[in-house]
Design a protein around this ligand. Structure first.
Ligand code: PMT
Length: 395
């Protein structure tokens, strides 16, 4: 992909991996992007201004008070750039940004930056595992900042563990992927479900499934990046820069969807909803008996997707479901889309271990109610999520 017309702001902080960022700048230059580089004063101990200046073909910014223009650099650099990537990101800079501290040019720019920001941390493994650092990372993630996890291996400080900067290709690919998002969903409300519902048997036991909630979370994140007011109804604990409604059972999920239905424009049900729940919940823990068999009586849960589709009579909402099949994927999906009456059905093969349940990846075929069909080849759930939303919007 050419990045012609895009400006990438690269923030370099004081870690030994700073020298690797020279290669990243070259990659952006080759792709046609304009690169702007801002360094913390500590970064200058690891890489020279002259090198970065030559590679980026631009002035390199370090000193907050070396002012040449009427507009402060932390405002103009933030305004001009389409995305900011901080690599390597030290524990110190991550923690400052998480707490709104702006005590050098880089942290001041980060504080004023309202577009997508990506962190590629690199540090000693004990610093990475420090609970205060991890709390700050969780805080930033919950606000929509992206983190590219460091890798495990031999560290420059002599230790072996997690803390090495991830590959330059990974940082580059992540920036390119983020630049693909356009604000196609501005002014729209998107409601997404995720995770497997939990149907209690007694206070200690339940019926559920292997859904990790990753697919639904990826769709909600994509919708948010596309500018939508986003609501995620999920059975999982999620920290996110949008509204999250935590539910447990199918009935609770239905209630939460009912609450959001009227004001929503798009509903996407990636949750794995139990078709049945226990008929007689036991308030006390069920005791082992002398019998060799225990029979649990189950009753049908409402089909939430089907019910929502039947409520959408005017057709002013787009409703999509997922279809998890272990055999005859497309055949079963075609049958399901007409039975449930949804606009789109996204079919995935859950018999494969490299995609679907719990995996970081998926491969899907989207069916639409008019008989259209499109396959999206195996990719990360983030990419698949963006492709699904773009397809639905285009259609
Ligand atoms: O969570 P991950 O680990 O990332 O895995 C993702 C996934 C495999 C769970 C996801 O991609 C997926 O396939 N979700 C749908 C799972 C499912 O319940 O499929 P289904 O074919 O049984 O149901 C079809 C549709 O009806 C689904 O949208 C489901 O949410 C909905 N449904 C099902 C039963 C029910 N009682 N009410 C419903 O609304």
């Amino acid at each position: 992909m050419t990045l012609e017309g895009k400006t990438v702001l690269i923030g370099i902080t004081g870690g030994i991996a700073a020298y690797k960022i020279c290669e990243l700048i070259r990659k952006f230059q080759k792709s046609g992007a304009a690169t702007r580089v801002v360094c913390t004063p500590n970064a200058m101990n690891f890489v020279t201004k002259l090198t970065l200046q030559n590679l980026s073909r631009n002035q390199v910014y370090v000193d907050e008070f070396d002012v040449k223009e009427w507009k402060p650099e932390h405002i103009s650099l933030a305004d001009e750039s389409d995305i900011m990537v901080i690599a390597p990101a030290t524990a110190n800079t991550i923690s400052k940004i998480a707490n709104g501290i702006a005590d050098n040019l880089l942290t001041s720019i980060a504080c004023a930056f309202s577009k997508q920001m990506i962190f590629a941390p690199a540090m000693n493994c004990n610093m990475w595992n420090n609970s205060a650092v991890q709390d700050n990372i969780t805080k930033l993630k919950s606000k929509g900042y992206e983190f590219l996890e460091p890798e495990t291996g031999f560290l420059a400080c002599g230790y072996s563990g997690k803390g090495r900067l991830c590959s330059i290709d990974k940082i580059y690919d992540s920036v390119v992927e983020n630049l693909k998002y356009s604000k196609l969903l501005e002014g729209k409300k998107v409601v997404v479900t995720s995770g497997g519902t939990i149907e209690d048997i007694d206070p200690v036991r339940y019926i559920s499934n292997y859904s990790s909630g990753k697919m639904g979370l990826a769709i909600a994140r994509s919708a948010k990046k596309m500018g939508a007011e986003t609501v995620l109804i999920t059975t999982k604990d999620v920290e996110a820069p949008f509204k999250v409604v935590k539910v447990k059972s199918a009935l609770q999920m239905q209630k939460a969807l009912d609450d959001e239905f009227e004001t929503s424009d798009i509903i996407i049900m990636a949750a794995a909803v139990a078709d049945y729940r226990v008929k007689n919940y036991s308030n006390q823990k069920l005791k082992k008996t002398s019998e060799d068999e225990l029979v649990l009586e189950l009753i049908k849960n409402p089909d939430i997707l089907q019910t929502l589709c039947s409520r959408n009579k005017g057709g002013n909402k787009i409703i999509a479901g997922f279809c998890a099949e272990s055999e005859n994927l497309l055949e079963n999906a075609k049958e399901k889309i007409s039975k449930k009456g949804c606009d789109f059905l996204i079919a995935n093969d859950i018999s494969r271990h490299d995609i679907g349940f719990s995996s970081e990846y998926n491969e899907v075929t989207i069916l639409d109610k008019n008989g259209g069909m499109k396959m999206f080849e195996k990719n990360s759930k983030d990419v698949i999520a963006r492709e699904i939303l773009e397809y639905i919007i285009k259609k």
